[in-house]
Write a protein that binds this ligand. Structure first.
Ligand SMILES: C[S@@+](CC[C@H](N)C(=O)[O-])C[C@H]1O[C@@H](n2cnc3c(N)ncnc32)[C@H](O)[C@@H]1O
Length: 354
């Protein structure tokens, strides 16, 4: 065992040589199968069952929730469905909190480590003017392009749109925000309310609306200066946004811990990303907790950085972020899935931070 507590030869071991260290990214390139990953985690969902479940989950205001308690309450859902439910519910909460804070809309979003998935953009599309999907692997970006172009080979996300639409329309927080916009004296907000109603009118319209907002699918590397975003003007959405005086958002769902298995490198990637958020800008992050690995296809796994809420909290505090929402799911069987829970954090960089 080396000083870092890793076994020699393990991918991601900081004690291996420089040439071996490079192999971590090579292993992701060789091992990550977009279709296998989508098949493992994002099969079509049962809309009725999931909307009934999110109704129950909404009532649970605890910060730390043991998945085994939820399994007892929602015994018609399997573990994979409950994991999904937590993630979808968090994204809905973030979109609604942003809508409450910025009803005027137009937020610009940068997603990093976006992978081959678009579910993370669905509720946010109600609030954002445009979304940039950045991702390291070309194969994952191609999967997103196929969906955006309506290719028959694209992954089918229609049940996720149907779920989000139904869930939003039943969510009292959304209904209150909508009614405030409708009753506002500001014609722009009346128009916003009409736009939201149109977007949620059918899953097909909702899907088209996201396609219209998903303005760019680009290469990104969360360890590189400037996140390696293409240099053209306006690609650096977060910095550009602050110049307009509009707070912006970076989203990262299972990105940092999926990009490296080395704790120090995880911190480097996380801090590098935070440095792109201007004062007043937002971060929404979801991570598997205390992970060793995660599935990327039939029987295939990749190593992951083992981090938990304490790691996120310490760095966010140091980088002058305030946590707006935090949920921690515990109680998953690590021997089976490779991690023991999930961490969900929505934070804002303090307005007066350096
Ligand atoms: C576990 S997947 C998460 C995908 C998606 N965000 C989701 O919610 O399912 C991790 C993603 O990080 C990407 N990734 C790996 N190394 C990266 C890097 N250096 N910079 C940005 N993304 C990276 C992988 O290609 C993969 O798509």
């Amino acid at each position: 065992m080396c000083l870092h507590g890793n076994f020699f030869g393990k991918i991601g071991d900081p004690c291996t040589s420089e040439s071996e260290k490079l192999s971590e990214q090579q292993e992701i390139e060789a091992g990550f199968s977009p279709k296998g990953y989508l098949e493992s985690y994002y099969r079509p969902i049962n809309v009725e069952k999931m909307t009934a479940a999110i109704r129950e989950l909404r009532k649970d205001k605890r910060k730390v929730i043991d998945i085994r308690d939820i399994q007892k309450e929602l015994n018609d859902l399997n573990e994979e469905e409950i994991e999904n439910l937590f993630v979808l519910s968090f994204h809905e909460d973030v979109a609604l909190e942003l809508m409450r804070r910025h009803p005027e809309d137009g937020l610009r979003v940068l997603d990093i480590g976006g992978g081959p998935t678009i579910y993370q953009h669905i509720p946010l599309s109600l609030e954002s003017g445009n979304i940039t999907h950045s991702e390291y692997l070309a194969s994952n970006r191609e999967e997103i392009e196929r969906w955006a172009q309506g290719s028959p080979e694209a992954h089918d996300w229609s049940s996720y749109f149907a779920f989000s639409s139904k869930s939003m329309k039943e969510n009292p927080v959304f209904l209150d925000l909508l009614s405030d916009m409708q009753r506002s004296d500001d014609p722009k907000l009346n128009e916003r309310a009409r736009e939201l109603e149109t977007m949620l009118s059918t899953p097909e319209v909702y899907q088209e609306a996201l396609k219209n907002r998903l303005s760019r699918v680009v290469h990104g590397d969360l360890f590189a200066p400037g996140l390696a975003l293409p240099p053209e003007q306006h690609f650096d959405v977060v910095t550009q946004g602050s110049q307009r005086g509009i707070p912006e958002l970076i989203t990262a769902t299972f990105a940092f811990e999926g990009a490296t298995a080395i704790r120090e490198k995880w911190e480097e990637g996380f801090r590098n990303t935070l440095s792109r958020i201007e004062p007043g800008g937002y971060l929404s992050v979801v991570s598997v907790r205390n992970a060793e690995r995660y599935a990327v296809g039939e029987g295939e796994t990749l190593p992951a950085a083992s981090v938990n809420e304490n790691d996120f909290q310490a760095i966010l505090l140091d980088a002058e972020f305030e946590i707006i929402q935090e949920k921690i799911m515990v109680g998953l069987d690590k021997n089976k899935v490779g991690y023991d829970g999930m961490v969900f954090i929505f934070a804002k960089r303090k307005e007066n931070s350096a």
